[in-house]
Design a protein around this ligand. Structure first.
Ligand code: SAH
Ligand code: F3S
Length: 480
C-alpha cells in the first residue's frame, strides 16, 4: 500500500506509548475489497501489541503479511507473483517471515505452506486474534496456520491502526461474512457466515475517528442492508434469539440512525448494498439524515432474469427497477453504482442485451465490471460449465464498459453549473495546486486549493467534467 507524506506525519502524531516502545517492523500489503484494507488495520493493531510497528518499506521488515483476495483468478495470480518477489527478498535476508492472510489463506489453507516454500504462516479472516501465538510459533522456526472460521468474531473490541490513511476518510466494518450464496462467489466460503457487530462499538469507533479529525466514515460489510444486531451470534440464528433479544434488535436503518445522530458533522457512507435486502426504511433513513451521503453501491450483476436466477440473486429485473424507482423518488439526487459480470455460464446475446438495457434504464453514475471467472468450490463451478467463449466474454465486457463510460459522462454533465458540497481528502494526483474531494454522490471533484485545507467541507461550483471527474472552483465553506 502506498504511503503519503501526510499519513506518515499523522502516524507519528498518533503513535501510542506502546507503539513507541515497539522494535520489530511489519510490512503489510492488501489486495481486493475494502474489507481487506480494513482488516489489515485490525491486524496492524493486534500486532502492535506484540512489538510490531508498520513500515512502508518492505526491505526493513521483520514480518511481511499479504492480505489476499480470491474473488477472481486474476486476483490470486497477482498475489502469487508478489509472493515470488518476497521469495527473492528472503534469499538475501532469511530472517524475514512471510504470512498470507485473508481469502486465499482460507481457500487454499495449508496447501500454501506446502506449495510456496517462502510462506511461514497462513491465517484466515477470522483468526487474526491468534496472530500473537502464530507469530511466536513462526519465531520458534515452525510454520503456523489458523483458518478456523468463527460464529462470533467481529473484531469489535480492536481499535484499528489506520494504514495508508489520508486522515479524513476511514472504513468501519459492521458485518463479517455473507449468507447469500451467489453461485459465482467465493466469499461465503472464505469469510464464513454472516454476523453483525455491536452497534455500541461501531458508534464508539466513529466517535474516536471524529476526535482524531476524520470527517467521513464508510460502514463496511459484504451486505450491509442485512445488518442485524441482537446481542451477538450468526444472522441465521436470529430466529433462535430470545424475545428480549429480538425486542432490542438493531437493523441497518436503526444503525444508520444511531451513527448519523451521534455525529451529525461526520459524513456517513456504506458499502455494499444488496438489492434483495435493501428495504425502504434504509432509503428513508438516508433521506432523513443530512450527513448520510446520497450514494448507493447497488450491484446487480446481470439484467437478465434467467441469469439472475442462475446466480441465485434473489430478486428479479423488475424488482430491481422498482427499487431504483423508489430510490429516485425518495432521494432524487442519489448517486447509484453497479457491479456487473459478463459471460456467466449459459449467458446468451439476448441475456447480454438485457444487461445493456437495464443499464440504459438506470444510467449508473459508475460501475465495476468483470468477466466471469470460475471459482473452485462455488455452486456455479460445480454445476455449470464455464461455456461462454473467452472472446464473447471480453467483447460483452467491453460493450458494458463503453456504455457505462457514456452514462458516467452523461451523469457528470448533469452536475455542470451546480454548487456542491465537497469534503477535501488531499491534493489532486495530477496537480499539487489542486484539491481532490468527493461530492455526496461519491464523484471525485478537483478544484484549485486557494485558502482551503484538507478535511474541510467546501462548496464547489462545477464547471467542467470528464467521465470520471468533476472540475470546479470553490465558492466558500459549506455550512455544517
Ligand atoms: N457483496 C460484496 C461483493 C463482493 S465481490 C461486496 O461487498 O462488494 C465484488 C464483486 O466482484 C461482485 O459484486 C461481482 O460483481 C464480482 N465477482 C464476484 N465473484 C466473481 C466471479 N467469480 N467472477 C467475476 N466477478 C465476480
Ligand atoms: Fe458474494 Fe453475493 Fe455475498 S456476491 S459476497 S455471495 S452477496
Amino acid at each position: 500500500m502506498e504511503k503519503t507524506i501526510d499519513e506518515t506525519k499523522q502516524g507519528t502524531a498518533l503513535e501510542t506509548r506502546e507503539q513507541q516502545a515497539n522494535t520489530r517492523k511489519l510490512y503489510i500489503e492488501s489486495y481486493g475489497c475494502q474489507m481487506n484494507f480494513s482488516d489489515s488495520e485490525i491486524v496492524a493493531s493486534i500486532l502492535s501489541g506484540e512489538g510490531f510497528n508498520t513500515t512502508p518499506n518492505m526491505e526493513e521488515a521483520d514480518l511481511i503479511l499479504v492480505n489476499t483476495c480470491s474473488i477472481r483468478d486474476k486476483a490470486e495470480q497477482t498475489v502469487r507473483k508478489r509472493l515470488e518477489q518476497f521469495n527473492t527478498l528472503k534469499r538475501d535476508k532469511p530472517s524475514i517471515k512471510v504470512g498470507v492472510l485473508g481469502c486465499m489463506a482460507e481457500r487454499l489453507k495449508s496447501q500454501l505452506l506446502e506449495e510456496e516454500q517462502i510462506v511461514d504462516m497462513v491465517v484466515g479472516p477470522d483468526a487474526y486474534k491468534d496472530l500473537p501465538n502464530l507469530v511466536r510459533e513462526v519465531d520458534g522456526g515452525a510454520q503456523a496456520v489458523n483458518v478456523i472460521l468463527s460464529k462470533e468474531e467481529t473484531y469489535g473490541d480492536v481499535a484499528p491502526v489506520r494504514l495508508g490513511s489520508n486522515g479524513v476518510t476511514a472504513f468501519v466494518s459492521i458485518t463479517r461474512g455473507c449468507d447469500n450464496m451467489c453461485t459465482f462467489c467465493v466469499v461465503p466460503f472464505t469469510r464464513g457466515r454472516e454476523r453483525s457487530r455491536d452497534p455500541q462499538s461501531i458508534v464508539k469507533e466513529v466517535g474516536e475517528l471524529w476526535e482524531q479529525g476524520f470527517r467521513e466514515v464508510t460502514l463496511l460489510g459484504q451486505n450491509v442492508d442485512s445488518y442485524l444486531w441482537y446481542g451477538g451470534g450468526l444472522k441465521k440464528d436470529y430466529e433462535k434469539a430470545s424475545d428480549i433479544q429480538k425486542a432490542s434488535a438493531v437493523n441497518f436503518a436503526g444503525l444508520l440512525d444511531q451513527v448519523a445522530a451521534a455525529y451529525p458533522g461526520m459524513r456517513i457512507r456504506f458499502s455494499t448494498s444488496n438489492p434483495q435486502d435493501m428495504t425502504l426504511d434504509v432509503i428513508e433513513a438516508m433521506a432523513r439524515h443530512r450527513n448520510i451521503c446520497k450514494y448507493i453501491h447497488l450491484p446487480v450483476q446481470s439484467g437478465s432474469d434467467r441469469i439472475l436466477q442462475a446466480m441465485n440473486r434473489l430478486h428479479t429485473r423488475q424488482e430491481y427497477m422498482e427499487l431504483i424507482d423508489n430510490i429516485r423518488r425518495l432521494i432524487p439526487e442519489c448517486g447509484i453504482s453497479q457491479d456487473m459480470i459478463a459471460g456467466f455460464p449459459t449467458e446468451t446475446e439476448e441475456d447480454h442485451r438485457e444487461t445493456l438495457s437495464l443499464m440504459e434504464y438506470v444510467k449508473y453514475d459508475f460501475g465495476f465490471m468483470f468477466a466471469y471467472s470460475e471459482r473452485p468450490g462455488t455452486l456455479a463451478a460445480r454445476k455449470m460449465a464455464d461455456d461462454v467463449p473467452e472472446e464473447d466474454k471480453k467483447r460483452r465486457l467491453r460493450e458494458i464498459i463503453e456504455l457505462q463510460q457514456q452514462h458516467s459522462l452523461w451523469r457528470n454533465q448533469q452536475h455542470l453549473g451546480k454548487v456542491e458540497e465537497v469534503l477535501i481528502e488531499g491534493p489532486s494526483k495530477r496537480s499539487d495546486a489542486h484539491w481532490m474531494g468527493r461530492n455526496t454522490q461519491n464523484t471525485v471533484v478537483v478544484f484549485p486549493k486557494e485558502q482551503y485545507q484538507k478535511g474541510e467541507f467546501v462548496n464547489v461550483r462545477i464547471e467542467d467534467c470528464t467521465s470520471a471527474t468533476l472540475l470546479g472552483t470553490a465558492v466558500g465553506y459549506a455550512q455544517q
